[in-house]
Design a protein around this ligand. Structure first.
Ligand code: GDP
Ligand code: GDP
Length: 455
């Protein structure tokens, strides 16, 4: 009876839409000025503005959600980074390498008016090595006359060049059709091949918080089982480390160990690296330097992991250096700066002394358990019924919007769809989230709540 007024098909559709698993990842790579950012803007439908590139201006946001023909995926934009420290070949290659590593498929953008350059050839070699599906976009074909320029790009050996104009939209639909064919339904690296394998941890944090020290500590004290992915000729990027009697996969450790130090663009690199690691992981262990003020960069990294829907553990490092005064202020800062992840398990560690290393695994397990929690529909609705009766939504315009029923559409992280008789205000949504957490735990996991209103 509670479902009255909802078309059963709409209900099913809403649940299905909310229940999607992690999205496959598309990387857009190529030389500067070939039109990557313009193309990303077009793919995401300009719903989110990609900041104009300016030397020295770094962008933290590198992944965006997109949809084409009813399928959703993420786009990694590599257009935000100015090369000049490493020289163009090396910088484009390094940038592409990071993006390719994180991606399930790649759009390689070439300027058809210029044709293939040596730098383009270098990226082609990387793409071959990585073995990911590639869609070749011959950009700046604004009209019929440019089509022949595009045809020359067959010589790259990447198959059919798709002539497009990122600026005007010409040909981008056909190119996106090819992209959908290349993209797996679910992310390969994340959920396809690794189901049942070791749990995947991304150890992230801004430079100098102690990531490599922590990794060395846990890897040295425990046994490093394997340090290369079977059957690949790439650098070892993931390491299997046994902790607390369980084997864990630390993803992207190569990026932690051999840190590339750059001046300009270093932040952008770090963001891309972080995004890549987070995409591949189930749980993000976010390292924060407790001896320093919590920074905007720390918050951005936290937001990245939350937005990606990963289980989260906060590890406050360098605890050995803290005096009483710093400890006092740290607690205040945590409250004000990191309130958005107050639900994340926390450990106070020292990679130097090994303090509280043994608490890391239980925290990770707690977060993963929250991430995978599924609330049976009956229990959820009993809870919602009581909650709505005890704390009704404020009356608006003489009407009282009510939550009629709800269901958990998915896990990893938990996703809920609530069906309501009217618009549910943000404050009330937050209240429901708080009560859901109080009732069912969800420690260490973001939760998504979408509300459907009866028409
Ligand atoms: P990125 O460095 O690869 O991200 O390149 P941008 O997207 O910033 O584009 C570089 C320049 O090429 C800008 O001036 C764009 O307006 C221009 N551009 C991008 N796509 C097209 C296109 O399809 N046709 C034409 N004529 N210009 C384009
Ligand atoms: P990363 O850039 O995040 O990988 O950071 P590193 O592991 O390179 O560490 C940066 C600096 O912090 C190095 O000088 C480390 O020796 C130091 N460091 C790391 N962990 C600790 C810690 O727990 N206590 C103290 N006192 N120093 C630490």
């Amino acid at each position: 009876a509670a479902e009255e007024g909802f078309d059963p098909e709409d209900v099913e559709g809403a649940i299905e839409a909310a229940g999607h698993g992690p999205l496959p990842v598309l990387a857009v790579v190529g030389r500067p000025n070939v039109g990557k950012s313009t193309l990303v803007n077009r793919i995401i439908g300009r719903r989110e503005a990609v900041v104009e590139d300016k030397p020295g201006v770094t962008r933290d946001r590198v992944t965006y959600e997109a949809e084409w023909s009813g399928r959703r995926f993420k786009v990694v934009d590599t257009g935000g980074w100015e090369q000049d420290v490493l020289g163009i070949d090396a910088s484009v290659a390094a940038q592409a390498e990071y993006a390719i590593e994180a991606a399930d498929a790649v759009v390689f953008v070439v300027d058809a008016k210029v044709g293939a350059t040596d730098t383009d050839e270098a990226v082609v070699r990387l793409l071959r090595k990585a073995g990911k599906p590639v869609v070749l976009a011959a950009n700046k074909v604004d009209g019929q006359s440019g089509e022949s320029d595009a045809a020359y790009l067959w010589s790259l050996g990447l198959g059919e060049p798709h002539p497009i104009s990122a600026l005007h939209g010409r040909g981008t639909g056909d190119m996106l059709d090819a992209v959908l064919e290349a993209l797996p339904e679910a992310p390969e690296q994340t959920f396809g091949t690794a189901v049942g394998g070791p749990r995947r941890i991304a150890l992230i944090g801004r430079p100098n918080v102690g990531k490599s020290s922590l990794l060395n500590k846990v890897a040295n004290e425990e046994r490093v089982v394997v340090n290369e992915l079977a059957g690949t000729t790439r650098d070892p990027v993931d390491e299997l480390i046994e902790l607390g009697g369980v084997t864990w996969k630390f993803v992207d450790t190569a990026g932690i160990r051999k840190r590339v130090h750059l001046q300009q663009g270093a932040d952008y690199y770090a963001s891309l690296r972080t995004a890549a690691a987070v995409e591949k992981a189930e749980v993000a262990v976010i390292l924060i330097d407790a001896s320093e003020n919590i920074s905007v960069q720390d918050q951005r990294i936290v937001t990245m992991a939350v937005d990606a829907g990963r289980a989260i553990v906060l590890a406050y490092n360098k605890w050995d250096t803290l005096d009483e005064e710093r400890r006092y202020y740290l607690e205040r800062e945590i409250e004000t700066e990191l309130g958005q992840v107050a639900w994340a398990p926390r450990v106070n560690v020292s990679a130097r002394t090994g303090r509280h290393m043994e608490k890391l695994v239980p925290a990770i397990e707690t977060a993963l358990a929250g991430w995978e929690t599924r609330v049976p529909t009956g229990r959820l609705n009993a809870f919602l019924g009581e909650l709505v009766a005890a704390h009704p939504h404020p009356i608006r315009g003489g009407k009282q919007p009510r939550i009629l029923f709800g269901t958990q559409a998915g896990t990893k992280p938990p996703r809920f769809v609530l069906f309501a008789s009217g618009f549910i205000e943000a404050g009330y949504r937050r209240f429901i989230e708080r009560r859901l957490r109080e009732e069912f735990g969800f420690e260490g996991t973001p939760i998504h709540i979408s509300v459907r209103v009866r028409e």
